[in-house]
Design a protein around this ligand. Structure first.
Ligand SMILES: NC(=O)c1ccc[n+]([C@@H]2O[C@H](COP(=O)([O-])OP(=O)(O)OC[C@H]3O[C@@H](n4cnc5c(N)ncnc54)[C@H](OP(=O)(O)O)[C@@H]3O)[C@@H](O)[C@H]2O)c1
Length: 342
């Protein structure tokens, strides 16, 4: 089988730049690689494998010359370009929420439901960067002892909102330390030296869109529509890596020792759990790594047989770019990327 001709749409963004690094690190097989962004970036050069890639316009002609399209731009851009690329014969791996819950679109974390790539119709999605660490931590437990109920509170970094939010956190912190009034653009309030109990818009239910995504996506990936989930998503002034406090109930009691053993054996999951030495996962350590880290695993004092834990993962890597490239590897491995246009 020939190596795929690949395009990254959104290659100048927070996730797109990491995707270029991850493709290089994992030696993803390529016949060619093209990079796209908005008109303001056309002609910019992005270094890749010792050469410079020129940023181009994403259009039908470009997609017609590619086999695989990573779309990592915005939900609006994905809605516009996803079906266009698929229609030109590309297999699309989309990072946005545009297609995640569509019934003909597999939503994939390869360690969990890699086999779902087999039924794609041209578009596959990665989950939200807060869902991926949650399902990575719980899947090795769920497949032994089904999860009944999850309560999760997130501590999400600003890079989850993209490159502009990272620059804004930096600028606000400098302004405040210099005694100036910070400029607020990305979020409803200042994020530097603050914590926002709002990620995305509010729904009538009182939950936010991000919180509802965690519910819907977890059920879809784990093929478990019956799991009860309540999420509180919080933005914190951390540049990269999301953290989550998770409480979980199972069909049968599960102890911390059994959970630690099951998680330690699961690929892509690292247990860092030595409270006596203050050893637990933290964003500063997880950043730049592809693994999901779990610690503070303990019996839930409020529910006999339940567990509490702390999960941390680099949202730009396993939460986005790495998971997308792992899906592509799964597609190549299964020969599922050669197909006729829609
Ligand atoms: N950040 C995360 O942790 C994370 C995790 C999971 C999923 N995602 C999803 O991944 C996508 C990218 O997120 P990000 O954080 O990388 O955002 P970002 O830093 O704002 O980057 C957006 C990228 O998309 C490009 N772009 C925007 N509209 C476009 C269009 N119509 N046509 C072509 N290119 C376009 C931008 O180009 P310019 O540079 O020219 O503006 C830039 O390269 C989003 O859908 C996001 O929801 C992000």
């Amino acid at each position: 089988m020939p190596d795929p001709r690949v395009v990254i749409v959104g290659a100048t963004g927070a996730v797109g730049r990491v995707a270029l690094q991850v493709i290089e690190e994992r030696r993803f097989p390529l016949a060619s690689l093209r990079v796209c962004a908005t008109p303001r970036s056309y002609g910019k050069l992005l270094p890749f494998r010792g050469q410079d890639l020129v940023v181009e316009e994403a259009n039908a002609a470009l997609f017609a010359g590619c086999d695989l399209a990573f779309i990592s731009a915005s939900t609006a851009a994905s809605r516009e370009l996803g079906r266009l690329a698929a229609g030109e014969g590309c297999v699309v791996i989309d990072d946005s929420s545009a297609y995640r819950m569509e019934p003909d679109v597999p939503l994939v974390v390869p360690e969990i439901n890699g086999a779902d790539v087999d039924w794609h119709k041209g578009i596959l999605s990665i989950p939200n960067c807060s869902t991926t660490p949650l399902v990575m931590a719980l899947w090795p437990l769920h497949r032994i002892n089904p999860v009944k109920r999850i309560t999760v509170a997130t501590y999400q970094s600003v890079s989850g909102t993209g490159a502009a939010a990272m620059a804004e956190l930096d600028a606000q912190a400098r302004d405040i330390l210099d005694g100036k009034v910070p400029t607020v653009e990305t979020y409803p309030h200042q994020i530097a030296f603050n914590v926002l109990p709002q990620v995305d818009a509010f729904l009538e239910s009182g939950y936010t869109v991000e919180e509802q995504k965690m519910v819907d996506e977890t059920r879809k990936i784990m093929h478990a529509p019956e799991i009860a989930i309540s999420a509180t998503c919080v933005r914190v002034p951390v540049p990269v890596s999301h953290s989550e406090a998770v409480h979980v109930e199972f069909e049968r009691p599960m102890g911390p020792g059994e959970a630690r053993a099951l998680m330690s054996d699961f690929p892509g999951l690292v247990v860092l759990d030595d409270p006596a030495n203050s050893s637990y996962p933290m964003p500063v350590d997880a950043t730049g790594k592809d693994d999901v880290f779990v610690g503070r695993i303990r019996a839930d004092a409020s529910k006999e047989g339940g567990l509490a834990m702390w999960v941390v993962s680099d949202n730009l890597r396993k939460g986005a770019a790495t998971n997308a490239i792992q899906i592509a590897e799964e597609i190549v491995k299964r020969g599922a990327w050669l197909r006729a246009p829609l």
